[in-house]
Design a protein. Structure first.
Length: 401
């Protein structure tokens, strides 16, 4: 079985996911086209050597619908022989794409695969594609569905964390991201998005708040208390009977931001890289997905990481740096606590609370950020993980070469 190597990765900046966001006028295909052309140019890449482009998109409707991966390949004028496929594992879609690419390469069936994802959340709001999980009352009742924010507040209640705890974590996300941006730590991988006339639309992540403060966060009302009162608290408490009531504490300041963005990663075998004249940066050592409890929905990272670590023959202490997606502040807080990982090794350049969570792309983004930081610090191993809608978890372990 072949090893799967990461040869490069790049991403767009993340733009505010509203109509006044800087990337609202950029279609999702345009975001992907921008990255595909940059990847080709950066390596003088013969795109006929790329077997497939695997992309995640969580809301595949409208301009993001059909098979946007193949559309983007053709729009970027890559070789017609390069195929494209689009998939969704909810919030994990970007990392799932990388793991699928690695599996294709490790099987020996393909030699070079581009993986990643895209989400234009200012143009297509989360949930626009419907689905029984959200829309079928019978399924709602049978599966005990509650909005993720209610699940996040339930986790905080169960773990004994208060508003100050989650706000403090969120503040550190903004502070770390601001430092990383100021020091140019993202510059190697960010490709500015320009319009059709070549004018820059966005060159840096748009939602970082360098001046964020605990005092400002304290003024924000919890976002999910009303949903809880509508009956979702009662649904959750029927399953979590040891809890008397849920304390609601997550809000816009300590939850992931809604943004637009895209990311790509070039994955291949040793032979595939050699033929394309590429130098490997890391090896994908192990990956895992698991199913977790679907009502609370956000506890999947811990078992996913443990499964991936077991596959790699490693323990949590063997991982130098962690990227745990900040869907809500409690997700990395709980995952780190469960795994016995110090928070000073987690999301060292901030996370989705500061920079946003473009659903289909985030997993690829955080894995790329992890690789860049391992190189910057001259460290060896990293693990990226996300909680996933529907009650799942995903994790990928990489090792520099």
């Amino acid at each position: 079985m072949s090893d799967a190597y990461i040869y490069d990765h790049l991403r767009t900046p993340r733009g505010k996911g509203k109509k006044d966001g800087s990337l609202h006028q950029a279609s999702p295909v345009w975001l992907l086209r921008t990255l595909l052309k940059a990847l080709q140019s950066r390596h003088a890449l013969d795109t006929a050597l790329v077997d497939d482009v695997v992309l995640g998109c969580v809301t595949p409707v409208g301009e993001q619908g059909a098979d946007i991966a193949r559309t983007a390949v053709l729009d970027a004028e890559w070789a017609e022989s390069c195929a494209g496929v689009t998939q969704s594992r909810f919030c994990a879609s970007g990392l799932e794409s990388v793991n699928l690419a690695a599996a294709k390469v490790k099987s020996g069936w393909e030699d070079l695969v581009v993986a990643g994802g895209v989400e234009s959340m200012s143009r297509w709001t989360m949930g626009s594609d419907g689905g029984a999980w959200f829309m079928d009352p019978r399924i709602n009742q049978k599966l005990g569905f509650v909005p993720q924010g209610v699940g996040a507040d339930l986790i905080a209640t169960l773990e004994g964390w208060g508003r100050a705890d989650v706000d403090t974590f969120a503040l550190r996300s903004h502070q770390k991201a601001a430092v990383a941006r100021a020091e140019g730590r993202f510059a190697r991988s960010i490709v500015p998005v320009t319009d059709i006339a070549g004018l820059t639309m966005l060159a840096e992540d748009e939602t970082i708040r360098p001046n964020a403060s605990l005092e400002a966060m304290a003024k924000l009302e919890p976002s999910f208390a009303m949903m809880g009162q509508m009956g979702f608290d009662a649904t959750a408490l029927r399953k979590y009977t040891t809890v008397e009531r849920i304390t609601h504490m997550h809000h816009a300041g300590n939850s992931s931001g809604i943004v637009d963005g895209a990311a790509l990663m070039l994955v291949g075998s040793a032979d595939g890289g050699m033929k394309a004249g590429l130098k490997a940066r890391a090896r994908i050592r192990a990956a895992a997905v698991i199913g977790s409890e679907p009502t609370i929905m956000l506890t999947g990272p811990t078992p996913a990481c443990r499964k991936a670590l077991a596959k790699a023959g490693m323990a949590a202490r063997d991982i130098d740096l962690w990227e745990i997606n900040e869907a809500f502040a409690v997700v990395p807080m709980k995952t780190a606590r469960d795994l016995g990982v110090d928070l000073d090794r987690v999301n060292v350049n901030g996370g989705a609370i500061a920079m946003g969570h473009p659903l289909g792309a985030t997993g690829c983004i955080i894995l790329g950020t992890l690789l860049d930081e391992l190189e910057r610090r001259d460290l060896a191993t990293g693990c990226a993980t996300l909680c996933v809608g529907g009650g799942m978890g995903i994790a990928t372990i990489i090792e520099r070469v």
